[in-house]
Design a protein around this ligand. Structure first.
Ligand code: HEM
Length: 256
C-alpha cells in the first residue's frame, strides 16, 4: 500500500544515490510484476510520448487486475505525476507489517485519512494474493486463534525454524486463490486468516461487524472496495508542476 501517495516511487530501481523502495525488506521479493508495467509504459510511450505517468498506469493496472479476476470496477481519476524522490527509510518505517495489531493498522490508515471501514475493505485485496512463509510463520505455529487444520496444512511448506523455507509461498485465501471475491472475509470469521494482520480484523474488536457484513454480502464489499481504492489513489497526488512524467518507470528522468 502507498506510503506517500500513488507516485510510482515503488517502481524505481536502485541508483547510485539511493536504494529503491522495492528493495527494502517489507517489499523485497514481495512486490512483483514490474516487467508488466514496463511493457505497458513502452506501448503507451510509442503512441503518446511523455503524457501518461507511471503512477496513473499503476492505478489503472490495479483497477483492471481486480476487475479481470471477477472483482468490481471503478472510474480511475487520472493526472498524477511521478515522484522525483524516494525515501526507502520512510517506506521502511511507514509500511504496516504483518505482525501489526488492529490498533496500529487503524492508526496507519487514519494517517492517510482512511477510515476503519476503508481499512477492512482495502485489505480484501489479499483475496487473490500470496504470502511468503516468513510473513505467517509466527501465526501458524504460535497463535491460538488460528484454525488448527489450516495451520497444519501450511506448516507442511513452512518449517518452524527461521531461515528454512522463508520464501515459500502460500495463497492468502486458500478457498479461491485466483478469484477476487469475499471469501477472504469468510475465512476470517472461521479464524482462517493467514497473516496475523488479516486475522486482527476479526479478533473481537470494532472491525468484527464490518468483516461479518462483507463475509455475507459480496456486493457491499465490492462497493466499499471501489470507493476506498479511489480514496487511496488520491492521497497526496503529485500534480501541476510537482514531479514529472517519467520516460522509463524504473528511473527518474535525467536533468537536462
Ligand atoms: C493492513 C495493512 C496491510 C498489511 C499488514 C499487509 C501485509 C501484506 C503481506 C505481509 C503480504 C505478503 C507479502 C509476502 O509475504 O511476500 C501482502 C501481500 C499482498 N498485499 Fe498486503 N498488506 C496490507 C494492506 C494491503 C492493501 C491495502 C492492499 C491493496 C489495496 C494490499 C495488497 C496486497 C496484495 C495484492 C498482496 C499479494 C501480493 C502477491 O501475491 O504477490 N495489501 N500484504
Amino acid at each position: 500500500m502507498g506510503v506517500q501517495g500513488c507516485d510510482a516511487s515503488l517502481l524505481l530501481d536502485n541508483a547510485p544515490n539511493f536504494i529503491g523502495e522495492k528493495n527494502i525488506p517489507p517489499n523485497k521479493n514481495s512486490t512483483r510484476g514490474y516487467e508488466v508495467i514496463d511493457e505497458i509504459k513502452s506501448a503507451v510511450e510509442k503512441k503518446c510520448p511523455g503524457v501518461v505517468s507511471c503512477a496513473d498506469i499503476i492505478a489503472i493496472v490495479a483497477r483492471d487486475s481486480v476487475s479481470i479476476l471477477g472483482g468490481p470496477s471503478w472510474g480511475v481519476q487520472l493526472g498524477r505525476r511521478d515522484a522525483r524522490a524516494t525515501n526507502a527509510i520512510v517506506t521502511n518505517v511507514s509500511l504496516p507489517l504483518p505482525k501489526a495489531n488492529l490498533k496500529e493498522l487503524v492508526l496507519r490508515f487514519r494517517g492517510i485519512a482512511l477510515k476503519r471501514r476503508d481499512l477492512v475493505a482495502l485489505v480484501g485485496a489479499h483475496t487473490p494474493g500470496e504470502a511468503q512463509c516468513h510473513s505467517f510463520r509466527e501465526r501458524i505455529y504460535n497463535e491460538s486463534n488460528m484454525n488448527k487444520e489450516l495451520a497444519q496444512k501450511r506448516r507442511l511448506k513452512c518449517p518452524r525454524s527461521q531461515g528454512s523455507g522463508d520464501a515459500n509461498l502460500a495463497p492468502i485465501d486458500a478457498q479461491t486463490p485466483i478469484v477476487f471475491d469475499n471469501s477472504y472475509y469468510k475465512n476470517l470469521v472461521q479464524n482462517k486468516g493467514l497473516l496475523h494482520s488479516d486475522q486482527q480484523l476479526f479478533s473481537g474488536g470494532k472491525t468484527d461487524p464490518i468483516v461479518r457484513t462483507y463475509s455475507k454480502d459480496q456486493e457491499a464489499f465490492f462497493n466499499d472496495f471501489a470507493s476506498a481504492m479511489i480514496k487511496m489513489g488520491s492521497v497526496n497526488p503529485l500534480i501541476g508542476p510537482a514531479g514529472e512524467i517519467r520516460l522509463n518507470c524504473r528511473r527518474m528522468n535525467p536533468i537536462i
